[in-house]
Design a protein around this ligand. Structure first.
Ligand SMILES: Cc1ncc(COP(=O)(O)O)c(C=O)c1O
Length: 378
């Protein structure tokens, strides 16, 4: 059943994907021997021109603290949604902006204001971590896996908002790790519920650009106008700028000003800013990335299901697969240099999440999973 859980306790660092040097050393592996399926980024790698743009950056100059050129490029990218550069804040990854949001709307909430945040779970761990670091109380609406395939009861979400009056509600769309996509109407309903309690709805669209159904769901236009909505985008993921760290938020000007007031100067480095401008101008890149994701998704799902492994339907560039004891399988694959995300930290200890890389890599991974699967203990 969907339910709300008050969840007090000290801040705990969230668990993330990505390959850690410490583990490589312990396994005796070199980075070039490994394939990372544990982070879900564009399978195409960075767009053409990014490497040259980075090489041309003057390393002796401070980066623009206001990221003006990049903010203008982002506004231009979303011009049809009515976005201007006053509706944009750029961050050192969208993760930085998640922390700015909890600082602005939870830590700095005066006096008797709400310190609660509602999370639609299972979801990205950084929301919980940021709320706790900001001294907030986490409440969750848990999606029912069995009866609704991880879809949330959105009526229950609106009721919870009315009752608990959270300062922030976080929704990830499509959701990490379940791949569930909410439609625009459901989000608008939640936005109205949050406006009714003077709270802010945060819709994290980190994976939406790589989703075929983004047109039914993205709420950038709403975020630019509706004072109670902010949307987050991750250029890290869209353009595989993973090592550079780049993300942004779109919201009404007062929300952007409140976040900007808390952001340290120069947190977005000059290489990331230059790369972002070039990436946004890369014609046809996202279309090609979505096509590559589609081909890899078909390959992974078909091959895993042929092995007898259930894959949940996904609208994102990753696949959630039910494999039994996820931690054990993850470690066996890691010994082969293949890194997937064990979903135990999401409360799904029987699932792994596979970020979709090019098809040849996916064949290598699914072959390895089939071999490990065939010798698993009953
Ligand atoms: C849902 C979601 N939002 C945000 C992020 C962070 O992205 P960024 O690299 O832009 O900080 C992640 C990373 O895994 C994510 O899964």
């Amino acid at each position: 059943m969907d339910r709300a859980l008050p969840n007090p306790g000290p801040p705990v660092r969230p668990v993330h994907g990505g390959i850690k040097e410490e583990e490589l050393r312990a396994l005796g592996l070199r980075p070039e021997d490994c394939l990372d399926f544990s982070a879900s980024v564009s399978p195409l790698g960075p767009p053409a021109g990014v490497a040259e743009a980075i090489a041309a950056v003057d390393l002796t100059a401070y980066p623009d603290p206001h990221c003006l050129a990049l903010s203008e490029a982002i506004a231009g990218h979303h011009a049809v949604d009515g976005v201007t550069d006053g509706n944009v804040i750029v961050g050192n990854g969208s993760t930085e902006i998640i922390h700015l949001l909890t600082r602005a709307y939870i830590e700095q909430t005066p006096g008797a204001g709400s310190k609660a945040a509602l999370l639609l779970t299972p979801t990205y761990g950084e929301y919980d971590g940021a709320v706790r670091i900001s001294g907030g109380k986490v409440q969750t609406l848990i999606a029912n896996r069995v009866s609704s395939g991880f879809a949330w009861d959105m009526g229950a979400a609106a009721e919870l908002v009315a009752r608990e009056k959270p300062a922030l509600t976080f929704v990830c769309n499509p959701n990490n790790p379940t791949g569930v996509l909410l439609g625009r109407q459901e989000l608008e309903r939640l936005a109205d519920a949050m406006a009714g309690v003077a709270g802010l709805l945060v819709v994290d669209e980190a994976y939406i650009n790589l989703s075929e159904r983004r047109g039914e769901a993205d709420i950038v236009a709403l975020a630019a106008q509706h004072g109670s909505v902010v949307t987050l985008r991750s250029m890290t993921k869209d353009y595989a700028l993973t090592g550079l760290r780049l993300g942004y938020a779109v919201a009404s000007a007062p929300v952007i000003e409140r976040l900007a007031a808390l952001q340290p100067d120069w947190s977005v480095n000059g290489l990331a800013q230059a790369a972002g401008v070039v990436a946004l101008a890369a014609d046809g890149y996202l279309e090609r990335a979505r096509a590559a994701v589609g081909a890899s998704r078909e390959c992974v799902v078909e091959r895993l299901e042929a092995t007898g492994i259930r894959c949940y339907p996904t609208e994102a560039n990753f696949v959630l697969a039910q494999v039994g004891e996820a931690g054990g399988l993850r470690d066996q694959l890691a010994r082969r240099g293949l890194f997937v995300r064990d979903c135990t930290s999401f409360g799904l200890p029987d699932c792994i999440r596979i970020g979709l890389r090019p098809v040849a890599d996916c064949i290598r991974l699914t072959d390895a999973i089939a071999e490990e699967w065939s010798v698993r203990p009953d």
